[in-house]
Design a binder for this molecule. Structure first.
Ligand code: NAP
Length: 267
């Protein structure tokens, strides 16, 4: 039942199934009321009823196709004007689909529209409200494909690398304004994501596949620990820290008046 103090409303995109539905459940148990967003109204309502019965929290649903400009605009308005919203979970996404040569232009558009454009625009819509309140949390669901683009199709990896870089830049710009951001990089997770892409999850090596429940629970502990980047499966955090340290170490040399000596450019 409703055991936690009210923490405001969390908006979760892609909450009709998989990772988003588990985020919704866990956030309600942590004291959030919810706004659940996806296209499938019946499934959204089912998730909403289950959660409100179990937790006593208020759960609203918004049927929206995030590739539709009109739906996106309406959701942007909600984010900008509903002062009870304290968290945005940009989770909706697809794609373990075909490689570049087998992908239709329409599929590539859809992939980028959901994974990149919608995530960016929804973030843009909520940030001014969070700044004005000096508080708010944005969780962006990326993927290990962000740092291992070889594992699935390249466009998907590219969109998820965008989510990672965008989240790092959000932290850089807004952490001192009271906004907490987190990019979550799940590995293979047991959801419909794989079936939707025509790659049954049973065909993956099972030792790679995490349940959505474990993935989300770990990611929320990462959030509590104020991690900017959470990779639930990574056994050794030091690997990520070294990766970031190497990136930081390059920073001072990335821009210069002359090309590096190895390019032998005489001027
Ligand atoms: P999922 O069960 O297929 O969930 C995807 C969610 O996105 C659904 O709720 C779906 O709802 C929603 N969605 C898809 N297209 C949409 C659209 N045009 N407009 C609005 N909502 C839309 O897959 P999942 O694994 O939970 O995926 C969630 C996130 O995790 C994605 O960003 C995915 O890239 C990421 N991820 C997944 C894995 C994995 O192995 N499963 C690994 C790394 C990252 P409707 O169909 O009802 O609209």
């Amino acid at each position: 039942m409703n055991t936690q103090a009210n923490k405001g409303k969390a908006v979760v995109t892609g909450a009709s199934s998989g990772i988003g539905a588990i985020y919704a459940d866990r956030l309600a148990r942590r004291g959030y009321d919810l706004v659940l967003v996806a296209r499938d109204e019946a499934k959204l309502q089912e998730v909403a009823n289950t959660i409100s019965n179990a937790t006593g929290r208020k759960v609203e649903t918004i049927k929206a196709d995030l590739t539709s400009t009109a739906d996106l605009r309406a959701l942007e308005r909600t984010l900008a004007t509903d002062s009870a919203i304290t968290m945005l979970v940009n989770n909706a996404g697809l794609g373990a689909g075909p490689g570049l040569l087998n992908a239709t232009p329409e599929y590539l558009d859809e992939l980028i529209a959901i994974n990149v454009t919608a995530l960016t625009r929804l973030t843009r819509a909520i940030v001014p409200a969070f700044i004005s309140r000096s508080a708010g949390t944005i969780i962006n669901i990326s993927s290990i494909a962000a740092i291992a683009p070889e594992v699935l199709n390249g466009t998907y990896g590219g969109t998820k690398a965008y989510v990672l870089a965008f989240t790092q830049s959000l932290h850089h710009e807004f952490a001192d304004k009271g906004i907490q951001v987190q990019a979550v990089l799940p590995g293979a997770t047991r959801t419909q994501f794989w079936d939707r892409a025509g790659v049954p999850v049973q065909h993956l090596p099972q030792e790679w596949v995490m349940t959505a429940e474990d993935m989300v629970d770990a990611a929320l502990v990462g959030l509590d620990q104020k991690e900017l980047i959470t990779i639930p499966a990574l056994p050794t955090l030091e690997n990520w820290n070294q990766f970031e340290a190497a990136r930081e170490a390059m920073r001072g040399g990335l821009s210069a008046v002359k090309p590096a000596v190895r390019y032998h450019v005489a001027s």
